[in-house]
Design a protein around this ligand. Structure first.
Ligand SMILES: [Zn+2]
Length: 299
């Protein structure tokens, strides 16, 4: 069994890709969300149109993987391996070990083997159950959590972990961020972009070329068929026609992002940042994302 992940920061086209991957008859890709308890009880809607708490798919999935109905930090599944209580301390610790495991080796997680294995076990059950309920065979995890991928690589084995790493021009990503009125300024955003991508590249160096593949959002928009071939090859999928209008969000119960719930099958690259973003912000972002953004051809 392979464990499949899509990794990128926010506003890199992961939702669109997840929508297209769900057009594959064998794929379940629930986007980047394991719903928080407050969304479950609060009446947030599933892609199928029902509130999550009434949706048959999510009810069955959550009751099977978390029969006790427990929660950690407001979530039905733990975000990180549980090494200590409380979660605030645990998260800092897990992130610290995560960074250390990038510098040393994902194998570092074997020092916390019991806790790390328990964590992998929970997510394995989540993936397996979601696929069973949807009659599919391949789960693709789009949660933006590099620690999770490192834990799987270290404990389950890096030959069983596959990662698709998405890049996008940091100016375009920042413009999406600004339009959604997020708080971080250009400099902070740019540094976070560079840090996230550098870390994913380091993980990729451990995984090797058969298990790690990179894709630029811009290339995806320019030639989506070639990009989707690349992605299907990475995840060992039989080639299917994925670039078509679809209601995958309804059929596969994806939460959030109503925006593309009715994807019409046409990919449009959004270039509004070129005029919408100030020259000064563009300059700051390019400066703070060097040398990576130059290497990727974003100059
Ligand atoms: Zn649903």
């Amino acid at each position: 069994v392979a464990f499949n992940f899509v990794y990128c920061p926010s506003y890199h086209g992961a939702t669109l890709l997840s929508c297209l991957l769900n057009n594959h008859s064998q794929v379940t890709a629930l986007g980047d969300t394991v719903p928080a308890q407050k969304f479950i009880t609060g009446g947030t809607l599933c892609g199928c149109g029902a509130p999550i708490r009434d949706c048959e798919f999510w009810r069955a999935l959550l009751s099977r993987v978390n029969s006790a109905g427990s929660s950690r930090d407001g979530y039905p599944l733990p975000a990180y391996p549980v090494i200590v209580n409380p979660e605030r301390v645990n998260r800092s610790l897990a992130l610290g070990i995560g960074v250390a495991s990038l510098n040393v080796s994902p194998q570092l997680w074997k020092a916390f083997r019991n806790r790390a294995e328990a964590y992998c076990h929970i997510y394995s059950a989540f993936y397996r159950t979601a696929c069973e309920l949807q009659g599919t065979s391949c789960f693709i995890d789009g949660q933006k959590n590099l620690v999770k991928t490192l834990v799987f690589a270290g404990v389950i084995g890096q030959e069983q972990v596959k990662v698709l790493h998405l890049y996008r021009d940091p100016r375009a990503a920042f413009y999406s961020h600004v339009r959604r009125k997020r708080a971080a300024g250009a400099k902070e955003f740019a540094r976070s972009w560079r840090r996230s991508h550098s870390r994913a590249e380091r993980l990729g160096a451990y995984l090797g070329r058969n298990n790690y593949s990179v894709l630029k959002y811009e290339s995806f928009c320019k030639d989506p068929l070639a990009a989707l071939d690349q992605v299907q090859a990475l995840f060992g999928l039989r080639r299917e026609e994925l670039l078509k209008p679809g209601n995958a969000f309804r059929r596969k119960h994806i939460i959030g992002n109503e925006m593309i719930a009715d994807f019409d099958g046409v990919i449009r690259q959004d270039e509004k940042w070129r005029t919408g973003l100030s020259k000064e912000d563009q300059r700051i972002i390019i400066q703070e994302t060097q040398p990576l953004s130059a290497r990727l051809g974003y100059l």
